[in-house]
Design a protein around this ligand. Structure first.
Ligand code: FMN
Length: 192
């Protein structure tokens, strides 16, 4: 018989992001962030390529990133509303970890599997932060897919891209539950 871990299963049955805009100070300190990143890095990684790295964005850097969003939005011809939407997470952000997908050359491991692993790191970090009692939220937005933003804001190389921004701070209120998928409807079984 398997030996369940009741704390872990209770967490997974109830875990819920906290919208970034509802978070407040304080944010985790360097030691606490290091512990969360250790947990996040315990993520399946085919071939042990470590196709990811982290950039911890502290609040003073948020203003610079918001400025880069405005510059990139103007260069891309976006309207004011789109630019504001892209800026919001940096205008309001207290601390975020950018999970960077770092494609490693490999004859054996497809690029897509490296992408999956980077996404898995995002969820692992989100869950680590939530399990540690922080409020946390995985955000993207158009800047996270814009090569100019990646270069100007984070100095990423061509083989790197943003997998996600994981905002981590102190929760204010727990949001109401949101509808969850009907897993029976999306699951089929094969026995032959
Ligand atoms: C790759 C990715 C990017 C996301 N980007 C955003 C975003 O930019 N803005 C947003 O409001 N939610 C975004 N979300 C959704 C939230 O992170 C999250 O799914 C939602 O708050 C519910 O999360 P929960 O299942 O932990 O409760 C994104 C989710 C993923 C997986």
């Amino acid at each position: 018989m398997p030996a369940p871990n009741p704390g872990a299963t209770a967490f997974l049955q109830t875990r819920r992001s906290r919208p970034a805009k509802t978070l407040q100070m304080p944010v985790p300190d360097a030691t606490q962030i290091a512990a969360l990143l250790e947990m996040a890095a315990r993520t399946p990684d085919h071939g042990k390529l470590e196709p990811w790295r982290f950039v911890v964005i502290e609040q003073p850097a948020m203003a610079r990133l918001a400025g880069v969003v405005s510059d990139r939005g103007a260069a891309l011809g976006l309207d004011a509303e789109q630019i504001t939407k892209g800026r919001n997470q940096f205008d309001q952000g207290l601390l975020a970890v950018a999970v960077i997908e770092v494609q490693k050359p490999s004859e054996k491991i497809p690029a897509l599997e490296q992408t999956y692993s980077a996404g898995a790191v995002c969820l692992a970090l989100l869950n680590a932060a939530l399990a540690a009692g922080w409020g946390a939220n995985w955000l993207s937005g158009w800047p996270s897919h814009d090569r100019g933003f990646m270069t100007d804001a984070l100095g990423l190389a061509a083989h790197e891209r943003i997998a996600g921004f994981i905002h981590i701070a102190t929760e204010t209120t727990a949001p109401p539950e949101r509808p969850r998928p009907d897993t029976k409807a999306i699951t089929s079984w094969m026995d032959a």
